[in-house]
Design a protein around this ligand. Structure first.
Ligand code: PMP
Length: 493
């Protein structure tokens, strides 16, 4: 045990040891039944007299924090609730530097929600339409458990090494085949495996921008990207979205006005609106990015979850010259807890990203990458995708018909052709933020619209509903509850 001791301090060494252990026990970090080192051993480790350690242990024993068992050792006792330190700390103020850390957290906090979650519930847990992922009941958990075992048996310690800096080679090959089956051709030397696509977003934006630089994003856009960009102190400028995706007609003016360093876009089944960028706008976006020499970051998080309509090529597939950096993830089509995403890039930026990733976290779990590679052949991926699309289409239809049945006729939406979300507009005077606590009381939750806007101001009467995460009967019940909440809010206006 490595206890920090200040030998210059006027506080005796036995007291420093006692205080350190007491803190650990009362805060819970030293759990009940943890065996403390023998006094002789700890004295040797710390370079102190054995009596010093024995005095410290004696003090803690008197306080009822530890006990010794004859011939076995000294152990931590279960916590006494009266003595336990609260989570907020032992009463002493935090050091000053902690206050500036809090100040640097620039994510937008939703205060009313924190209060709301403390209220007692009629239906517990509420039906959740607010997440950004699929239905956990559909995760291929059992298959993945078997595959993990197979990989451990097959690859032994190689599965526990750091592995290649740009990711496990065979998995990168599989990704190349999956992308080719979706109409995007690349090579495994251009694929970098990341810890989810969130890490890809983080690495790319940090490599290309410095604090104060401007990033152009769709408005609204993925709230996790907004939180990231804000936390890095980038200036986030929004381009409005309509039924055809980003309004590229407004782009040139914004490029001239703000000189952005990067354009972040979700052209397929956009988060939160579910729209797809039209084909002419895709071409125009590439032309403008080229003319103004600005990289595009394409987030294709659910690009292949299409339930109907004509497919659109990825922007990356339209770009012959390395202008577009492409990111994608296994979180949505498989499981978010894998934390495996990837980016595709060419040229010097690829090498820099590999290096930047390496200095950030050394590697993404080799074991998980190998298991994923053993699990996802292209054939299996396509079969899984087909099955997911069948299930999700039914769920989308279930939500659309429940909305017709239970919500007021004035709500507006564009039925999405794929993806995860329905973006719903309430009548002008109804605020989705005010609706949420009522919906919570009725037993349903959704994502209010304002969290998706760069300025945090737009989207007041919009909400995002995830239609894939619940089975159809739950969707029906959840929308019914939402209808009740809307009625209550309307009556209170
Ligand atoms: N992009 C979009 C549009 C998302 O919605 C999400 C997650 N909700 C991510 C990226 C990041 O996901 P992950 O890190 O799990 O790949």
């Amino acid at each position: 045990m490595r206890i920090p001791l200040d030998r210059q301090s006027s506080i005796p060494l036995y007291e420093q040891i006692e205080t350190y252990l007491r803190q650990g026990i009362l805060s819970g970090s030293l759990a009940a039944d943890t065996r403390l080192p023998a006094s002789r051993q700890l004295a040797r480790d710390l370079g102190v007299n054995r009596i010093t350690v024995e005095n410290a242990y004696a003090g803690l024993e008197t306080e009822g924090l530890i006990y010794s068992r004859m011939g076995s050792g000294t152990y931590v006792l279960p916590p006494n609730p009266i003595l336990t330190i609260s989570k907020d700390g032992p009463g002493a103020p935090w050091p000053l530097w902690q206050q500036s850390v809090e100040f640097q957290d620039r994510t937008i906090k939703n205060q009313p929600l924190d209060a709301m979650f403390k209220k007692p519930l009629k239906h517990s847990p509420p039906i959740s339409f607010d997440s950004g992922i699929g239905d956990a009941h559909l995760f291929p958990a059992e298959d993945f458990r078997k595959v993990l075992q197979t990989v451990m048996r097959r690859d032994g310690i190689a599965a526990l090494d750091y592995g290649e800096p740009n990711g496990h080679g065979p998995l990168r090959e599989t990704i190349v085949h999956i992308l080719a089956s979706q109409g995007l051709q690349t090579r495994s030397e251009n694929v970098l495996i990341t810890a989810g696509s969130q890490q890809a977003l983080s690495l790319i934006s940090q490599l290309l921008l410095k604090p104060g630089d401007v990033i152009l994003v769709e408005s609204p856009t993925y709230s996790g990207a907004l939180d990231l960009f804000r936390s890095l102190n980038f200036k986030v400028v929004g381009i409005p979205v309509d039924g055809q995706g980003m309004q590229v007609e407004m782009l040139e003016k914004l490029l001239q006005q703000h000189h952005p360093k990067l354009i972040y876009t979700i052209p397929n089944f956009h988060n939160p609106t579910g729209t797809c960028l039209s084909s002419p706008r895709r071409h125009q976006l590439i032309i403008l990015a080229d003319r103004y020499n600005i990289p595009i970051l394409e987030d294709d998080f659910v690009g292949d979850l299409r339930y109907e309509g004509r497919t659109q090529p990825a922007l990356k597939a339209l770009d012959p010259g390395g202008r577009v950096i492409y990111i994608n993830t296994f979180s949505k089509i498989l499981m978010p807890g894998l934390r495996v995403g990837f980016l595709v890039a060419e040229g010097p930026v690829y090498d820099c990203l590999v290096n930047f990733k390496r200095v950030n976290d050394l590697a993404t779990s080799t074991l998980v990458q190998r298991a994923l590679e053993a699990y996802v052949t292209v054939g299996r991926y396509q079969a899984h995708l087909r099955r997911s699309c069948q299930i999700f289409r039914k769920r989308r239809d279930a939500m659309l018909s429940a909305i017709q049945r239970y919500l007021p006729a004035e709500v507006r939406l564009d039925p999405p052709q794929g993806g995860l979300f329905i973006w719903l507009q309430l009548p002008e005077k109804l605020s989705s933020e005010k609706l949420l606590p009522l919906a919570w009381e009725e037993g349903v939750v959704f994502a209010p619209g304002n969290g998706f806007f760069p300025d945090g101001l737009g989207g007041k009467n919009w909400l995002r509903l995830n239609f894939v995460a619940q089975a159809p009967d739950q969707i029906d019940e959840g929308i019914k509850r939402l209808g009740k909440a809307i009625k209550r809010l309307t009556a209170a206006q």
